[in-house]
Design a binder for this molecule. Structure first.
Ligand code: AMP
Ligand code: MG
Length: 328
């Protein structure tokens, strides 16, 4: 069985093709880059995605050496994401499904990050730390659903890195710049905000921006910000491990690229005799392969796709709303 997946929920438009054994047959992507100093404007990114989609589709089929007739199912990101952007993948997927009479599978974006992570790291039942530009969640599988144990109460962690970097004068993505600066930084006292199992970054970000105004060294701000933010996330992850009795930690999403985070997760999991893995960098950010793979898992147990009438985009679709049929 071969699945084609289409992702377009944020900056990336991606088309991936994967087979039942998890062999990646094609991985085509294009990334929308806002003009300098501008954020993501949905109308512009959706237009970019629409233009790229047919090119990527052609290239993906070429890369996999397949025709659409040889594809068994069409998967697409149904949510969560930016509405204008989500509509690009949904529209293309509906068209391909109808024209080639293939089952249509609507995939939850966050679950796709987890599933591609599990596939590539071989972890079985991890506590998942999902850290990206748009999300910050600690997720645990329990009784047919991925449950959110903890999350950000305000801005996502990647976004906090990006805003801080921008205020320090750097371009997107800001995470790698902060990591670099932090290597030469010294500790400044910072607020630490964990509430139950949730975290909050907006106060810490405002605090950092004030330090910039007061003329503190960039390196020291970056270092203290990074240490604080990751300590908070590792604390919550450790508690999720203890509460859930799981023995593995998986980090997914773009922030997983950070080496200091890896070090902190490594120390924590070692102390708890747990395993950890970071999703391979190539598949940490958004891509079509993860959508194709999750669609395939879903189809294998449900044995049917969704009707067009149920294929409306779900911009706020949370992981716990999805009943998982392929685990246990
Ligand atoms: P995603 O939304 O999953 O595509 O991931 C993109 C986010 O990851 C952006 O907010 C980046 O700033 C962030 N990011 C990428 N590399 C790093 C890094 N080394 N440290 C911290 N954040 C990072
Ligand atoms: Mg993502």
């Amino acid at each position: 069985m071969i699945s084609l997946g289409i992702e377009s929920s944020a900056y990336v438009i991606g088309i991936g093709i994967i087979d039942e054994k998890g062999k990646i047959l094609a991985d085509q992507r294009a990334i929308f880059k806002p003009e300098k100093g501008k954020g993501l404007i949905p109308r512009e990114s959706a237009e970019f995605h629409s233009k790229q989609a047919p090119i990527l589709l052609k290239n993906a089929l070429k890369e996999a050496k397949l025709t659409l007739k040889e594809i068994d199912l069409i998967s697409f990101t149904q949510g969560m994401g930016i509405p204008n952007n989500l509509r690009v993948a949904a529209t293309l997927a509906r068209y391909l499904s109808l024209k080639y009479k293939k089952p249509l599978i609507g995939v939850n974006h966050a679950i796709a990050h987890i599933e591609i992570g599990r596939l590539l790291t071989k972890l079985k039942d991890p506590v998942v730390l999902y850290l990206s530009g748009g999300n910050t969640q600690v997720i645990v599988y329990e009784e047919k659903r991925y449950r959110i144990y903890g999350e950000t109460q305000d801005i996502p962690v990647g976004n906090a890195f990006d805003v801080l970097a921008r205020e320090l004068g750097y371009e997107m993505p800001g995470g790698p710049k902060i990591e670099e600066l932090a290597k030469k930084g010294k500790w400044i006292d910072f607020p630490y905000v964990v509430k139950g199992m949730d975290v909050s970054f907006s106060g810490i970000l405002t605090y950092s921006l004030n330090l910039i105004k007061k003329g503190y060294r960039k390196e020291d701000i970056a270092y203290s910000f990074q240490e604080t933010v990751f300590s908070m996330l590792v604390e919550v992850t450790e508690r999720a491990l203890a509460q859930s009795n799981k023995k593995e930690v998986l980090v997914v999403g773009g922030v997983a690229a950070n080496k200091r985070l890896k070090q902190m997760i490594e120390i924590m999991t070692k102390e708890r005799s747990a395993k950890y893995a970071i999703v391979p960098m190539k598949y940490a950010s958004d891509n079509g392969v993860m959508i194709a793979w999750t669609g395939l898992l879903e189809y294998k147990c449900r044995k049917k796709g969704i009707p067009i009438s149920k294929s409306k985009i779900k911009p706020k679709w949370r992981v716990e709303e999805v009943e998982i049929c392929w685990l246990d």
